[in-house]
Ligand binder design. Structure first.
Ligand code: PLP
Length: 432
């Protein structure tokens, strides 16, 4: 073992010493920037060298109320003074039920029972375990281009990029991949019919309905490129689920909690899901996730067959309750929609001047700008960071989609700053 690793094992120094040892960190993390951040406030982060950046990554759609919202940090601090850990098997702490009651108010009709964990992957895995137990069936259908997490089961359900799966085989079995319609097809109705025919073929030739526990789908593909499912497609899938007794699981880890301008993206559709997966924006960045379902389904999940040491953490519950206070305030979602429209309109104006910007997709503040090539997209992301002090990320396997996921508290001025940074990048990177 090299000297530095040994010295860390027996480390007695301060956190400042630790910051000097960046090479002790795993290289498995893919890095969007090389910034070292010291603090965050609202839509902004400040680096250790004192530079301020406008953070339109939102910590990958997590900082719903912005960095360190005072109402959320006060709730976290208050709870930390009372107790940090209250293990859910050992006792029920006094924020678990209040949070479940609030979630029952804001989740789609019929969802009234909640299980808590810590991350998105844990909650999509929990949804699969519940579905198998509640239906007595083994298989799951997912959709091409979706992302459900990086643990083994979640990875087997993820097809947004090969990098997540490559080198990790064998993956868990019993996952079947249905086609997702190309929403930009010339004849969208024809394309939807093709995707539904592919789904039906899966049921007739690969996994019979009697063997299929659930369908899990992101109402808006997140990592797959910020692509909203066409309503006729999603509603037809839901009808097939109801007809065959397969559960409809909405993975709202990225698109939930106000991101699309409604509390949950599934509210854009005429669908009552059986299970809703929530994480990311739910607690403004405190690691917390929740599964919502109907009591009668939860009753078929044998007690003791699932759980976790940290799920339902009291600080996480406090952060989630405070986040819901902010997101549920009168007019909050109207503001999200107004800011979303402002950003999408601004992007469409840029599109008129810059042919390299080929498409804009927008639902609330879940917004994508698609460019003509991956090289150009990456140059634009770098320019925005370097010159515009604007943090953005890409999405989708092609690498041509730049996604915007600012805090839902973003201001009109901040949207203008981001648009100006992108405009400058387009002028410099794509000379006319
Ligand atoms: N599901 C969706 C739709 C996601 O976007 C993500 C993460 O990006 C996950 C699940 C996994 O969440 P986590 O990274 O918290 O495990």
């Amino acid at each position: 073992m090299d000297e530095r690793r040994v010295s860390l094992l027996f480390w007695t120094g301060s956190w400042d010493d630790a910051a000097m040892s960046a090479d002790n960190l795993s290289h498995v993390w893919f890095k969007v920037t090389d910034l070292e951040v010291a603090s965050g406030e609202g839509s902004w982060v400040t680096t250790t060298s004192g530079e301020r950046y406008l953070d339109f990554s939102g910590g990958i759609a997590v900082t719903s109320t912005g960095h360190s919202h005072p109402h959320v940090t006060a709730a976290i601090a208050e709870q930390a003074k009372r107790f940090v850990h209250a293990q859910a098997n050992v006792y029920t702490h006094d924020l678990m039920q209040p949070l479940a009651a609030r979630l029952a108010e804001i989740t789609p009709d019929g969802i009234d029972t909640f299980f808590y964990a810590n991350s998105g992957a844990e909650i999509t895995e929990a949804a699969v375990k519940l579905a198998k137990q509640a239906t007595g069936r083994p298989n799951i259908i997912v959709f091409q281009g979706s992302f459900h997490g990086r643990t083994h089961q979640a990875m087997a359900m993820t097809t947004s990029k090969t990098v997540y799966r490559a080198g990790h085989a064998p993956l868990p079995s019993g996952i079947f991949i249905a086609p997702y319609p190309n929403v930009h097809a010339d004849d969208l109705q024809d394309e939807i019919a093709r995707a539904l025919a592919g789904f039906d073929e899966l049921l007739t030739s690969v996994t019979a309905p009697s063997e299929t526990a659930a369908v899990i789908i992101e109402p808006v593909l997140g990592e797959g490129g910020y692509i909203a499912a066409p309503p006729t497609f999603l509603e037809a899938i839901d009808r097939r689920c109801k007809e065959h007794g397969m559960l409809f699981i909405a993975d709202e880890v990225q698109c939930g909690f106000g991101r699309t301008g409604k509390m949950f993206a599934i509210e854009h559709y005429e669908i009552e899901p059986d299970v809703v997966c929530m994480a990311k924006g739910i607690a403004s960045g405190f690691p917390f996730s929740a599964l919502g379902t109907r009591r009668e389904l939860d009753d078929r999940w044998p007690t003791g067959s699932h759980g976790g040491t940290y799920g339902g953490n009291p600080i996480g519950c406090a952060a989630a309750l405070a986040t819901i206070d902010v997101l549920g305030a009168d007019g909050f979602l109207d503001d999200v929609n107004a800011r979303g429209t402002q950003l999408a309109d601004g992007l469409r104006r840029l599109q008129e001047q810059h042919p390299a910007l080929v498409r804009v997709r927008a639902l609330g503040l879940m917004i994508a700008a698609q460019f003509d090539t991956a090289t150009r997209t990456s140059a634009i992301v770098s320019h925005c960071l370097r010159e515009g002090k604007l943090i953005t990320m890409t999405a989708g396997a092609a690498g041509t989609t730049l996604r915007f996921m600012p805090p839902l508290t973003v201001t009109a001025d901040e949207i203008d700053l981001a648009l100006a940074a992108l405009d400058k990048a387009l002028v410099d990177v794509v000379p006319s």
